[in-house]
Every structure is written in structure tokens, then in C-alpha cells.
Design a protein around this ligand. Sequence first.
Ligand code: C2E
Ligand code: MG
Ligand code: MG
Ligand code: MG
Length: 286
Amino acid sequence: RAKEAGRNGFQFFTQEMQSRLDARVTLERGLLRALERDEFVLHYQPQVDLASGRIVGLEALLRWQSPELGLVPPMQFIPVAEESNLITAIGTWVLDKACATLRAWRDAGLPVVPVAVNVAASQFAHQDLEATLRGVLEKHGVDPALIEFELTESLSMEDPEASIAMMHRLKAIGIAMAIDDFGTGYSNLSYLKRFPVDKLKIDQSFTRGLVNDAEDRSIVTAVIRLAHSLGLRTIAEGVETEGQLRLLAAQGCDEIQGYYFSRPLPEAGIVAMLRDGVTMTLDVLR
Ligand code: C2E
Ligand code: MG
Ligand code: MG
Ligand code: MG
């Protein structure tokens, strides 16, 4: 039987399919165990205001501290979590952890700043998101203004009318909202006008090309103008160099986030920065 199957290639095909499926099932099981054993951690990356040099926000970025695999970056497990139903539970964990941390910082007397949380498409489509958000904010006694949701363009375009309605319900709770990776999805500008968002995050692919690519520079300039004319703030992602910083400041970008100022850090590193009131020197802009 196997010999026959091997000859026509059918067996080989199913074996490859099977091993891919096995790998996925193993990862899914690993993620479920990670939730049970509390193996997820949040790192935080500062968002810096270009007018004052102050840290005005933090993006919460998920990592999986796996005993077997080490520190696993989100791109290696978020897609699988999205395909299975695990993203809802993981997303709730992230929101709960961010709020618990904000509360602990406030109780410790630290000067807290808003925390931005990434929200996956399937999580956003889930009607429970609104109730989950309310519940978590209440549980930890956190001011809704201290939470920002980062949504992607494609997420909001899947079912624009439903997305807009959900966004309004979330905004009514009092959180802030940003469009992540702006310019990489297919932007329908007539919808952008109707999204109750506060901020556009310029994708790091455009930031990367700022200094050497005139087209990327034009796109960044246009996005900043567009955002400001719609009354939105802008933040550039992936800022790594002084050259990028200078160009962004010259174009009137409001905030930056990137390795130039700080990599995403574990909680202790961020606590030290908030406690010490670390700011970014703006000397290079003068
Ligand atoms: P994102 O939301 O666009 O996050 C920015 C990514 O850029 C982060 O990667 C961050 O570490 C990285 N980054 C920041 N500054 C720089 C820089 O100067 N240079 C370069 N080269 N990279 C920089 P990370 O942490 O690996 O996260 C990747 C993506 O995973 C995120 O992209 C987001 O889409 C997703 N993600 C992360 N945490 C969560 C989460 O809690 N829930 C969901 N649904 N997605 C998440
Ligand atoms: Mg993000
Ligand atoms: Mg992004
Ligand atoms: Mg991204």
C-alpha cells in the first residue's frame, strides 16, 4: 500500500501536509499551555513626543517566554493564534496584564503614561471585546484614557461598517485609538474620515526609506499632512537613526518610536525610565 502510494507521490504529499499540521497543532498546544502556565510577557517600547522629548506613551509588545523555545517573538505565534481561537484569550491576557501593570505603577507612585495594545483582526470582530475591555478596566480601576488600541487598516476594511460601529463603542468607553502600520494596507480614505481614531502610526517600511528614498519621503510627508488635516496625531515607527529623526521633525511628525530612543524593554527597564523621568535630547534638532 505504502509502496504504491510512494510511486504516485500521493503518500509524500500527505506526509508533508501531515507534518505541517502536526507542527501547527504542537504550536497551538504550546500556546494553550503558555496561557495556563503564565508564560507570556509584555515588553514596552517608549513613544516620544518630538516637541518636548518626553515619553508620552508605551506600546505593549507580546513575547512568549517558553521553557523549551526561549523568548519567542510575536510574529512566530500570533498568526497561528489568529487562525485558531486562541487569539481571543491571548488578547484578553494582554489587556489584563497591561491594566494590572498600569495599576501597579500608579500604586507605586510612578508617573504613568498611556499604554498602546495591539488588537488582532479576529479579536476585533469578536463582540465580547467591548465587555472584556470594560471588565478589565473596572477590575484594575484603570482610567480608560490610559489605554490605546492599535488596529490595522486591513482589519477595519474587512467589514467597514461593523468596524466603524465597534470603534465608536470602544471610543465611548474612553480609550484612544490608533491605526497601526498605516500605508501598508489598502487605505480607503473615505473610511479613514469616518474612523474615530486619534493617531496614525507611519509604518516602519516608510521610516526605513526616509533618508535615501525620495518616494518614501514623499509618502511620509503626505501622510503627516493628511493626518493633521483630519485632526489626527502622527507617530513614526521604526526610527533608528538621527537622520530619520531630523526629517520626521522637519515634516512636523508628532511622535517617534524606535531603537533610536529605546528598544522594547521588559517591565523593570521601563519602570526605571519612568521613575528617572528619562527624556530624549532634542539638541540634534536645533
Ligand atoms: P507592530 O505593532 O507594528 O509593532 C512594532 C514592531 O516593530 C515590534 O516588533 C517592535 O519591536 C519593532 N520595532 C520597534 N522599533 C523598531 C526599530 O527601530 N527597528 C526595527 N527594525 N523594529 C522595531 P515585535 O515586538 O516583534 O512585534 C511584531 C508585531 O507583532 C507587531 O507589530 C504586532 O503586529 C504584533 N504584536 C505584538 N504584540 C502583540 C499583541 O499583544 N497582540 C497582537 N494581536 N499582536 C501583537
Ligand atoms: Mg503596534
Ligand atoms: Mg506597527
Ligand atoms: Mg508592523
